[in-house]
Design a protein around this ligand. Structure first.
Ligand code: HEC
Ligand code: HEC
Length: 326
């Protein structure tokens, strides 16, 4: 008996030592960086159609995090993310060669958007990665970043440097670290298969699941369906004026989800205009998505019908948070 206790003690001791060692390593090394990546050779065609598509995507994905008050992508403080991640700023991604990304190649940008690894091998722990976005759509974003649109014109203004918390460093060394670049070509699903197309729009492109699942730290970018509380909402974030807000449950659960709350037409209106059927406004960071088409949002609705229902009363949580803030 004594022997077993001793062996157990040694095992526990080793685990504790290893954990302490790993945490010290994380604290000392900070955000991991990698060998400079072998970015693909690529010249994106900057056709008007490409730029227009890229603009539509950027207006639901990139602008909300990178646009400063003047609407240029010079970077800003990321108040909407939980403080748990640190004091965060998005960088300048205008065409300026020094302050922005004017020196990056099209291939650098594609590699980065898929993996979060910059041309110099440093890693972006916070910005979402898009491993499931179709090649055409990634390249459309790149065409837009290179275009003559106002938002991306060179600006020398630089945002302050982020201070990442231990949690972010830890996650960047573990679950949220860089995944390999997959050179395989990915296409946009055929739009006649509404559910498959909606799944792509929601998970591969518009990133609806990351806010609408339970927890930013328990998600899989490669397999969104494995994310904790997939579309069950309740993910805590900061809204207007730094107030706590929980994302809505988008599963079709009758009581707590959108099953009974929204018809398809109402859902389309709500997502595009950020207004509920009763006229109430959807609060930040749920922004309006006016550049998505009715068909695209309708397909997301059809897809959401097919995922497992989760019973999670987020309206209640939000009401409680509002009371607590008073
Ligand atoms: C949730 C907020 C968020 C969204 C959405 C977002 N970004 Fe970022 N982006 C960041 C942050 C924060 C960084 C800094 C690195 C980090 O901390 O992860 C960053 C870094 C970058 C960089 C690296 C720039 C550098 O100099 O290091 C590029 C390029 C970039 N973003 C482009 C985009 C594009 C294009 C989109 C739209 C497809 C986009 N971002 C969407 C927050 C975001
Ligand atoms: C940046 C985080 C974020 C992203 C990305 C996001 N949402 Fe939301 N969404 C929220 C939050 C927070 C709320 C709750 C707003 C409120 O309570 O006023 C919300 C509310 C909603 C609602 C209202 C539900 C209800 O119960 O009334 C719908 C519908 C919705 N989102 C759909 C979507 C779709 C579709 C996408 C992708 C195109 C998406 N959201 C992307 C954060 C987000």
């Amino acid at each position: 008996m004594k022997k077993i206790v001793k062996i157990l003690g040694i095992i526990v001791g080793c685990i504790v030592l290893a954990a302490v060692g790993f945490c010290t390593y994380v604290a000392l090394t900070g955000i991991p960086s990698y060998d400079p990546p072998a970015a693909p050779h690529l010249t994106v065609q900057k056709t008007p159609a490409r730029i227009k598509r890229g603009e539509a995507i950027a207006h639901i994905l990139c602008i909300q995090c990178h646009a400063a008050h003047d609407n240029r992508l010079t970077g800003k403080a990321m108040h909407e993310l939980p403080e748990l991640f640190g004091t965060l700023y998005s960088p300048n991604i205008t065409q300026d060669k020094k302050a922005g990304i004017g020196n990056w190649t099209d291939g650098d940008l594609k590699y980065y958007l898929r993996t979060g690894v910059r041309p110099d091998g440093t890693f972006a722990p916070i910005m979402p990665k898009f491993p499931l976005m179709a090649d055409d759509d990634v390249e459309s974003i790149i065409a837009w970043l290179r275009s003559d649109r106002f938002e991306v014109q060179a600006s020398q203004q630089e945002a302050p440097v982020s201070e990442y918390s231990f949690v972010t460093k830890f996650l960047a060394h573990t679950m949220m670290g860089a995944k390999p670049y997959e050179p395989t070509f990915q296409t946009i699903p055929d739009s006649t298969d509404e559910v498959a197309f909606g799944r792509y729009m929601a998970n591969g492109l518009a990133d609806c699941y990351s806010c609408h699942s339970a927890d930013f730290t328990k998600q899989s970018r490669e397999h969104p369906e494995q994310s904790a509380g997939f579309y069950g909402g309740g993910n805590e974030m900061k809204g207007e004026g730094g107030k706590t807000i929980f994302s809505a449950n988008l599963t079709f659960d009758e009581q707590t989800g959108i099953g009974k709350k929204y018809t398809k037409a109402q859902f389309i209106k709500a997502v595009k205009g950020a207004v509920r059927p009763d006229g109430s406004i959807l609060r930040a960071p749920m922004g309006p998505h006016p550049t998505l088409t009715d068909y695209e949002v309708g397909a997301i609705y059809e897809y959401l019908k097919t995922i497992p229902k989760i019973h999670n009363d987020v309206a209640r949580k939000n009401a409680d948070a509002q009371l607590a803030a008073k």
